[in-house]
Structure formats: structure tokens, C-alpha cells
Design a protein around this ligand. Structure first.
Ligand code: NAP
Length: 340
């Protein structure tokens, strides 16, 4: 690795309290030094995802002591390697990587971040830093959900919030893997957009006849599995619409409401509602399995697993970036770019 001059100080975004974008502040912090088993990454880009919004509000699966640098995923270049990083550390030195934050410590909305060796994944030359910044959370979730559908023998499944970046990936990957994905969205323009993108069946949950349309479609197509990113009332609507012995897997909480499911569905119709989180799905796999999944995902990063980008902001405008993203989530991701 060609030695890179690492400054003493860096610009970073910190969250002072779990109060959303209002609690974000731009500060100067010492550049972290990689500890044992860690790498120092010069950050190129980091997206704002729904999981980041949940984290800013203290609604994610874990919190960290504040002030803390948010940002769950991103891309960058490995500029220093800590002790005890072994062969993998030597291999990754100087490489362009995608990386994700650990459950402790600071995240990626900064000029530099540290990550453990196993949380840094080498990027193919063909994958830009921008696409690479969004190459873990959504792409691997799409792979996981289509994998779950295939292993359980489902030919057609439902996915909600289907116009999301992840929703589009699930649809395109499903097409490749022989799993048809019925999309549910909440606006008429999203129906038009998804149909233009080749989704055959798209329903609008705001339509007055939605429940009947959903029930008819589920019975015609014999659909027994739904993936839900919204929660609130939607899991019950899905349970009620699908035939007996069906399952709703909730993987998001966009409505910010608890899941409501009635006992008739659970007891008398043998409907199952469960949850999915990418972290344990990855952790259950061995190194080789994860390596193979990563290699495959990289190959699909410019096609099925591609993400549209709607905006780029410097770290100094992190609050505006979050508000811009929250105001319009469909149509592309908003990236934080420390070089701007
Ligand atoms: N469990 C896991 O491991 C895991 C991993 C990755 C992603 N996820 C989840 O996957 C979901 C999609 O993520 P993403 O990054 O693809 O999102 P995204 O591209 O930012 O898009 C979010 C979408 O959700 C829609 N939406 C927002 N609030 C909604 C609501 N209350 N009801 C219905 N639709 C709503 C938006 O539509 P509008 O334009 O109409 O607002 C937009 O189309 C999120 O819930 C995220 O947390 C979970």
C-alpha cells in the first residue's frame, strides 16, 4: 500500500441525542486510529437509508452512547491497517471497499471511519464508489429475501413499499431467479412507474378497493408469502387477503406503527407473521458462503442490484440531506460525499 498522509483532524457529522435530524451537528474530530483487527477507511460516499432514519430517532435495533457518528454503510479506500488483521488486512490495504458499521463505535458520516476486517468487502473495479456505498444493506437483503422465497418453493410473492430501492432490487432479482414479485405501493404514480419497469401486478394500498383487489390477486395467483416493509395495518391486510397457511415476513417499519394482526388470522387460519433482519442472516453463514454471496452481488451491482441516486450532499449539509431524503424517498438515494 502506498502510504497516504492521514491528517490529525477530520470533518464528521455527530448525533447528539436520539431526536432525528435536528440533533445532527457538523464537528471536527481526531481521525480514529485502527485498533486490533481494524482498518481505517477514507470514506468516499455514504447513503441515507431508512435504517439511518430509525437510528437517528432511537428506533433501530440498538442505540449507541451519544454523541456518535451515524451512517450504517458506505464505501472508501483502506488507508491504514491495525494490528492482528492477518492475511485479510494485508489483502485489503489500499483497496476500494464497501463497509458497514459495527454495533459499537462511530459510523460512516465522516471523512474517515474504522471498521473490523470482516466488515470491509472489496469492490470490483467495475463498481463505482457511489454504487459501492449502497452495495451491502439493500442488495444482500434482496438476495436473502428471494433466497427465502425460493427455498420455501414460492413461485409468486408480494412485496410492499415496492417502489423503494430495495423493492426494485427484489423485483429484478426475482425475475432472474424465477420468482414473480407482486408490488404494493401507496401512490398511483408509483403504480405507473413500476408497471413501466416491468412489474406485472402492482396494487395501490390507498385505493378504496385495495383489500378486495389484494384478496382476488392472492387467490388467483395462489400467493402464500408476503414481504412487508411498512408494518402497522398492512400485515393484517396481507394475512386477511392470502389463503390459509400463509406467511408475512416483516422487514421494515416505514409506517412507524406496531404490527397489528388479529387472532382469527393467527389461530384459525394458520397465518404466520415473523421478522427478517439482515445482520443475523449474514452472521449465520460461514466465511466462504458470505464470500460467494458477495461475489455474486458484485456482479449484479450494475443491473439487478443497482441503486438510483437522486442527490449528493457534503457532510456540512447533513441535516438538509436527511430532510431532502425524508421528503421524497422514492426515486433514488441521497448520498453524503465527504469530498464535496
Ligand atoms: N430488515 C432488514 O435487514 C432490512 C434491510 C434493508 C432494508 N430494509 C427496509 O427496507 C425498506 C426499504 O428500504 P429502501 O432503502 O429501499 O427505501 P427507499 O429506497 O428509501 O424507499 C422507501 C420507500 O418507502 C415508501 N414509504 C415510506 N413511508 C411509507 C409508509 N408509511 N407506507 C408505505 N410506504 C412508505 C416510500 O414511498 P413514498 O415516496 O410514497 O414515501 C419509498 O418508496 C425499509 O423499510 C428498510 O428499513 C430492511
Amino acid at each position: 500500500m502506498t502510504p497516504t498522509a492521514i491528517p490529525e483532524q477530520m470533518t464528521a457529522v455527530v448525533l447528539d441525542a436520539y431526536d432525528g435530524a435536528d440533533a445532527l451537528r457538523v464537528v471536527h474530530l481526531p481521525v480514529p486510529r485502527p485498533g486490533p483487527n481494524e482498518l481505517l477507511v477514507k470514506v468516499a460516499a455514504s447513503p441515507i437509508n431508512p435504517s439511518d432514519l430509525m437510528f437517528l430517532q432511537g428506533r433501530y435495533g440498538f442505540t449507541k452512547p451519544t454523541p456518535v457518528v451515524p451512517g450504517f454503510e458506505g464505501s472508501g479506500t483502506v488507508v491504514a491497517v491495525g494490528s492482528r488483521t492477518g492475511l485479510m488486512g494485508r489483502y485489503l490495504a489500499g483497496k476500494r471497499v464497501a463497509c458497514v458499521t459495527q454495533q459499537t463505535g462511530d459510523g460512516l458520516w465522516a471523512e474517515y471511519t474504522t471498521t473490523t476486517v470482516n466488515y470491509a468487502l472489496p469492490l470490483d473495479d467495475a463498481v463505482s464508489m457511489e454504487q459501492g456505498a449502497m452495495s451491502v444493506v439493500n442488495p444482500l437483503t434482496a438476495v436473502a429475501l428471494i433466497d427465502l422465497a425460493k427455498k420455501a418453493g414460492h413461485k409468486t410473492v408480494i412485496n410492499t413499499a415496492a417502489a423503494s430501492a430495495l423493492g426494485l432490487m427484489i423485483h429484478r432479482l426475482g425475475q432472474q431467479e424465477g420468482v414473480e414479485v407482486v408490488g404494493i405501493v401507496r401512490r398511483p404514480e408509483q403504480v405507473v412507474d413500476l408497471k413501466q419497469q416491468g412489474v406485472t401486478h402492482v396494487l395501490n394500498s390507498s385505493h378504496p378497493d385495495f383489500n378486495q383487489q389484494l384478496r382476488d390477486l392472492c387467490h388467483q395467483q395462489n400467493i402464500h408469502l408476503a414481504f412487508d416493509a411498512v408494518a402497522g395495518d398492512l400485515p393484517q391486510q396481507l394475512c386477511a387477503a392470502m389463503p390459509i397457511h400463509s406467511r408475512v415476513t416483516v422487514y421494515g417499519n416505514l409506517s412507524q406503527q406496531p404490527v397489528q394482526v388479529n387472532t382469527t388470522s393467527l389461530i384459525f387460519e394458520d397465518k404466520l407473521v415473523d421478522g427478517f433482519w439482515l445482520a443475523p442472516w449474514v452472521n449465520e453463514k460461514n466465511l466462504l458462503q458470505n464470500f460467494m454471496i458477495w461475489r455474486r452481488a458484485q456482479k449484479l451491482m450494475l443491473s439487478a442490484l443497482k441503486t438510483e441516486i437522486r442527490g449528493r450532499y457534503p457532510l456540512s449539509q447533513a441535516q438538509q440531506a436527511v430532510r431532502d431524503y425524508e421528503s421524497q424517498m422514492t426515486g433514488g438515494k441521497v448520498l453524503l460525499d465527504p469530498a464535496l
